[in-house]
Write a protein that binds this ligand. Structure first.
Ligand code: ATP
Ligand code: MG
Length: 320
């Protein structure tokens, strides 16, 4: 079978190192080998907040982040939910294929509700994993580069595809998750690094911002630096970050620092992260906002054609 890659991000703020090592690095690697769609999940912004906020600004920044890490719009279709109505319409038949109990059990949704700023949990919050099934299946995506938090959602997509095929005949492939080098990078507070939780190092952070964030990260008072994930999670997390940026095992870095203490550790991490981000920052400056609008207009057109074809197939299979 010919693979198709689909991934995306919510335009809720700047992308961070968790995105890079969880998903973006794989996208850059896969874009030469497979047809790829990258979704700007604008409708999903309002799953966990009441209003979309600075949506245009966030979409522009998201596109600049993509270009900065090396996603090539000549190879990849970049598009938005809100520009592809036929994708969203798939949500209707798909919602009929899952039970409320199945939606309630989703552990990622539970975690996101716990961190949500909404007064009350919306219906969209519960159903967005089914919306993600529409995201993936509209282009018959088979490979989905995502972080670990997305695995329960991918199960929902597989379930939707399987049930649709059983009820109406073979239309959809069953997609597979593809996890990055770091499937769950922790933020500077020890929780999942997230753009909405104020614990992230953004790919667009300046040298000084990066240094300030790392300076504020929690550590412990032992001078000898060791990589012990269970006993010393904060120190281990910083070593992991440096290891990813340098392409070295965190344990080696710990040995190199030896009894230098937290100051030496933070100095090394800051240098490693800044070194890693330098070419990304440079590439970001090479693109303008005008590029972004052109890329989205083109991508939206391509995605829409694909969605119309799939929705036609779905309606035909259902006998409409
Ligand atoms: P938000 O807090 O607004 O939900 P987020 O940081 O969780 O933002 P998303 O846009 O929800 O980012 O996720 C986009 C993709 O990046 C998903 O595939 C997700 O699994 C991956 N991802 C996000 N955070 C991490 C992380 N800390 N480690 C690895 N992958 C991550
Ligand atoms: Mg998220």
């Amino acid at each position: 079978m010919n693979d198709v890659v689909l991934t995306g991000d919510r335009p809720t703020g700047p992308l961070h190192l968790g995105h890079y090592f969880g998903s973006l690095a794989n996208r850059v690697r896969l874009q030469d080998a497979y047809p790829m769609y990258v979704l700007v999940a604008d409708y999903q912004v309002i799953t966990d907040r009441d209003v979309p906020g600075e949506i245009q600004r966030n979409i522009t920044d998201l596109l600049l982040d993509y270009l900065a890490v090396g996603i090539d719009p000549a190879k990849v279709t970049i598009f938005q939910h809100s520009a592809v109505p036929e994708l969203n319409q798939l949500l209707l038949p798909f919602l009929s294929l899952v039970s409320v109990a199945e939606l309630r059990r989703n552990p990622t949704v539970k975690d996101e509700i716990a961190h949500s700023s909404q007064q009350a949990v919306s219906g969209l919050m519960f159903t967005y994993p089914v919306h993600q099934a529409a995201d993936i299946l509209f282009c018959k995506g088979t490979l989905v580069p995502v972080g670990k938090d997305q695995l329960p959602h991918l199960e929902v997509t597989r379930m939707v595809a399987r049930r649709f095929n059983e009820r109406y005949g073979e239309v959809f492939p069953l997609p597979e998750a593809m996890m990055g080098e770091q499937s769950l990078l922790k933020g500077l507070d020890g929780g999942k690094m997230s753009k909405s939780r104020g614990n992230a190092i953004a790919l667009s952070a300046t040298e000084d911002e990066t240094a300030a964030l790392i300076r504020r990260a929690r550590t412990d008072s032992e001078r000898l630096i060791t990589f012990e994930e269970e006993r010393r999670p904060e120190v281990a997390n910083l070593l992991t970050l440096a290891g990813l940026c340098l392409g070295r095992p965190p344990r080696d870095i710990a040995e190199e620092i030896g009894d230098g203490g937290a100051a030496a550790l933070k100095g090394l991490v800051t240098e490693a992260v800044n070194e890693f981000l330098r070419p990304i920052r440079k590439r970001r400056r090479e693109h303008a906002e005008a590029d972004v609008r052109r890329i989205l207009t083109e991508g939206n057109g391509v995605a829409r054609e694909r969605a119309i074809a799939t929705l036609d197939e779905v309606r035909a299979a259902m006998g409409f």
